[in-house]
Design a protein around this ligand. Structure first.
Ligand code: URA
Length: 447
């Protein structure tokens, strides 16, 4: 009898190979991922290999092999029964970063399918699932057959990661979290892409954030990760594009779960903050273009504007909420969404111009209000948040409100208030320029 194919490798050899800067084959990486998932390789050996990857990096082929092995460690959804292209968007996370709630119905309203598996808030950044759960009754944990039914009926569905999707990532991520090995673009790429590709999409638009409120503060790091994800996705046969977008200040003016749903409804009605609306239109344009619904990105943007103006994007959102058990009364009248009645203003200490915002601190202020999690097991308060009135470049007078904290009491607001006061930089002269919304686009046009 032949020994199992995997027994041709010894974990120690693979650790040494990566430690010494070698490149592992697809079979070697597959062996490690399989052994990690089924528990046959002990955590201390996987951790040693992960650290070697952090220090030595990976080739594009290794990154694609790791992504492939993690993707196939669990269930890969088969959406081939849907009669049009499937497209999705993934954001690396930001503050007030709420475009998914607009994009899924907007793109689905034009005949493409958007099977969106999203996450919860991470650190100072908000999560799509937490925002959706602020709609009373909305269910994010749909079984796969129901996910299929919602997709078929309205073109989009937004759910959380199931236990069966990319189990290798769950194990590896937990190990990375406690061994100082999260910060590797190769491991981040494989982690994100394995989960996203498990959705069965044909095309993926990445919104890679950079700036003071992003995980990648430096643009060059964001570009490196974006290129890696685009190339990895393309190697795996997907249409890919990445937009490097600004996170030096909150996106839009609402930060907090129900507040962000409210702001998305505004955008779906053709109103809302200029920067949020603009970013949604750009991302939708790329989704249309990669999904083959428009010949150019410019045409895709025009189409996105028309779909919003026609009311179809809002109607699709309303339909999805209804199908997923949400109270559509709150969608028709967003003032019925959970709200915190106590208001605390954060006044400007001087006259001048807003020249910078420590955006991560704004996200942290929302977390400490209860709008995000300090620990995994924390529950989230959907009603609290921050309404941002002044952004970079805006003129302010002494005492003008920079932002309003919405919470339940003065005591609850105290910590957030001092963080927000510290996060605004106000100078006599205006900043040389306002941050550009889109820093760069990475599109290689393969496929
Ligand atoms: N998000 C993920 O899903 N994985 C990472 O490794 C980092 C961020």
């Amino acid at each position: 009898m032949n020994p199992p194919a995997s027994s041709q490798f010894r974990v120690i050899d693979l650790i040494r190979k990566k430690r010494d800067g070698g490149a592992l084959s697809a079979a070697e990486i597959g062996y490690l991922v399989e052994g990690c998932t089924d528990g046959s390789i002990p955590d201390y050996q996987m951790a040693a290999w992960l650290m070697a990857v952090v220090l030595r990096g990976m080739t594009r082929e290794e990154t694609a092999s790791l992504t492939h092995a993690m993707l196939h460690s669990g269930e890969v959804l088969d959406l081939s029964f849907l009669p049009a292209k499937k497209v999705d968007k993934h954001s690396t996370g930001g503050v007030g970063d709420k475009t998914s709630l607009v994009l899924a119905p907007l793109v689905a309203a034009d005949g493409l399918y958007v099977p969106m598996i999203s996450g919860r808030g991470l650190g100072h950044t908000g999560g799509t699932l937490d925002k959706l759960e602020s709609i009373p009754g909305f269910r994010v944990a749909l079984p796969v057959p129901e996910f299929h039914r919602v997709l078929k009926a309205c073109g989009c569905s937004m759910i959380g990661q199931t236990e069966k999707v990319a189990p290798a990532d769950r194990k590896l991520y937990a190990l990375r979290d406690v061994t100082g090995t999260v910060e590797s673009p190769y491991l981040i790429c494989a982690s994100i892409m394995s989960k996203k590709l498990a959705e069965g999409t044909d095309a993926l638009v990445l919104d890679v954030k950079t700036g003071s409120g992003a995980f990648m503060k430096k643009e060059e790091d964001a570009v490196f990760l974006a290129e890696l994800m685009v190339e990895t996705g393309e190697l795996m046969g997907k249409q890919m594009a990445a937009l490097i977008t600004d996170m030096n200040q909150p996106l839009g003016c609402m930060v907090g779960n129900a507040l962000e749903v409210q702001e998305c409804i505004e955008v779906l009605h053709g109103r809302g903050s200029e920067d949020l609306r603009e970013l949604c239109l750009e991302l939708a344009a790329w989704m249309f273009f990669l999904g083959g619904a428009s010949k150019t990105v410019v045409e895709g943007k025009q189409r996105a504007q028309e779909i919003i103006a026609s009311g179809k994007a809002f109607a699709t959102f309303r339909h999805m909420v209804e199908l997923q058990g949400g109270d559509i009364g709150t969608i028709d009248d967003p003032t019925r969404l959970p709200t915190a009645d106590y208001r605390v203003e954060v006044p400007s200490p001087r006259a001048g111009y807003v020249t910078a915002i420590a955006c991560e601190q704004v996200g942290t202020a929302c977390v400490i209000l209860g709008g995000g999690r300090e620990r995994k097991e924390d529950s989230v308060d959907p009603a609290v948040g921050i309404v941002v009135h002044k952004k970079i470049g805006d003129k302010v007078s002494v005492g003008d409100s920079l932002c309003t904290i919405q919470c339940h009491s003065d005591a609850q607001a105290a910590g957030a208030k001092s963080l927000l006061e510290e996060s605004y930089e106000i100078a006599v002269a205006p900043p040389a320029q306002r941050p550009a919304l889109i820093h760069r686009v990475i599109y290689k046009g393969a496929h």
